[in-house]
Design a protein around this ligand. Structure first.
Ligand code: MLT
Length: 413
């Protein structure tokens, strides 16, 4: 029998969302008639915008004509999609990138999980806490940590608490690290980093020769145009940051799968012999070996996100979810909950009622209101005592969830 990768045995429990699914299935088996509303995993519910559907149909037609048929596409994505991204996501915000610094992929979950492969096994990794679990688990799997302690902190990983005192955006620490994962707008807390805060992180990375792994999968939900959408809006970031962005939430692509990662040519790491090596060359090599491109039809659909109609229609979808967020946020507030976020992110982060752990509250909410949320502790020890509610659902379900919570918890929670 082959030896397994023992590092997997260090992982705490199962992955968060399957565990929630398991508990909800068990509840539904016991209460088959309960009308469950799922505000747990952040999964889009609106159908594809018409402009995207049209582009998808047209691309399928291309594939039926010998002269337009496409097999394997270009290594890192079709130029038509890269050009649209460069123009709308970057040039429009004063950021100048080259097309070959973009790597079109099938998801930011994959990219944020895989990116650690190009870094050394001894790299010191820093995460904020609570955190999107993929960043932590993939580094545990790769052997960059020891086991978890009783609180769930992995030995050798640096955690920075994102808490009420710092508005859920920690400052860079005094100590150094090699890799720091940042997520803004943040999953799960819904906080967003200001230009000053991002500037401080870029300065920290440059001072310590660290690389920032910047996950901006929710950038489309930022409602203040003054806030940075990309880390490259901060001078000096191209030398020290890799950025990941996604079509999943901004354009309803969770089932379509399209995202991109930017690895600027100026970003470097150090080989064991001291030589400086471009991270771009390593990620290119990794992707060429392990990934075949996102399907042509999906890339055409993603391109349509940037057409005038696509921008308008997906903008309306984002606004729809953010109106749900407002309804949930204000409804919970009026029910006496202490609520954070839901302004620049499709997530509402709330304090669990006195004396309830995150999982206690998950069970209580499901039992009393049949509403599914996500326990904060599933995102890390500092998430204990908090709870995440997703705004991705229909207006009717958002309103109904709030009404049920108000009935069950009144105003005294
Ligand atoms: C979430 O609910 O945190 C997200 O849907 C997870 C993801 O995007 O992978």
């Amino acid at each position: 029998m082959p030896q397994i990768n023992d590092h997997y045995l260090k992982l705490e429990a199962g992955y968060l969302f399957p565990e929630i699914g398991r508990r909800v299935r068990a509840f539904q088996e016991a209460h088959p008639d309960a009308p469950v509303i799922r505000l747990g995993i952040g999964d889009v519910t609106l159908p594809l915008a018409p402009a995207i559907a049209e582009a998808l149909h047209a691309a399928v037609d291309d594939m039926t004509r010998a002269e337009d048929f496409k097999g394997y596409g270009p290594d890192t994505g079709y130029p038509f999609l890269k050009e649209a991204i460069l123009e709308h996501d970057y040039a429009a915000r004063g950021v100048d990138l080259e097309a070959d610094e973009l790597f079109i992929s099938d998801g930011s979950k994959q990219d944020s999980g895989n990116i650690q492969e190009i870094f050394g096994a001894d790299c010191k990794v820093l995460v904020t806490d609570p955190v999107y679990p993929v960043y932590v688990d993939t580094n545990v799997m790769a052997g960059r940590t020891g086991g978890a302690d009783d609180s769930g902190y992995y030995e050798g990983m640096t955690y920075l608490a994102a808490d009420e005192a710092n508005g859920f955006v920690p400052d860079p620490p005094a100590e150094r690290a090699d890799l720091a994962y940042l997520c803004s707008p943040n999953n799960p807390t819904g906080s967003v980093m200001s230009r000053e805060q991002l500037t401080a992180w870029v300065a920290w990375a440059r001072q310590h020769d660290a690389v920032l792994l910047y996950d901006a999968a929710y950038d489309a939900f930022i409602s203040d145009p003054e806030l940075p959408r990309s880390i490259y809006e901060i001078p000096g970031a191209k030398e020290c940051a890799i950025e990941m962005r996604s079509f999943s939430k901004r354009a309803g692509f969770t089932g379509m799968r399209c995202a991109y990662t930017v690895v600027p040519k100026a970003a470097q790491g150090t080989a064991t012999n001291g030589e400086k090596v471009a991270l771009h060359a390593l990620w290119s090599r990794r992707q060429a070996t392990k990934f075949n491109e996102v399907p042509y039809v999906i890339q055409r659909a993603a391109e349509a996100v940037f057409s005038p109609e696509g921008r308008k229609q997906t903008g309306e979808q984002v606004a729809y979810y953010m109106e749900n967020a407002r309804i949930i946020r204000e409804g919970l507030e009026s029910s006496g909950f202490t609520v954070f976020a839901g302004v620049h992110a499709p997530y509402i982060w709330l304090r669990t009622p006195e004396g309830r752990t995150s999982w206690d509250f998950f069970d209580e909410l499901l039992e009393k209101t049949h509403v599914v949320g996500t326990p904060g502790s599933g995102f890390g020890p500092a998430g204990e005592g908090y709870f995440r509610i997703s705004a991705f659902n229909s207006r009717a379900n958002a309103e109904e969830a709030v009404a049920r919570i108000q009935r069950a918890f009144g105003s005294g929670s």
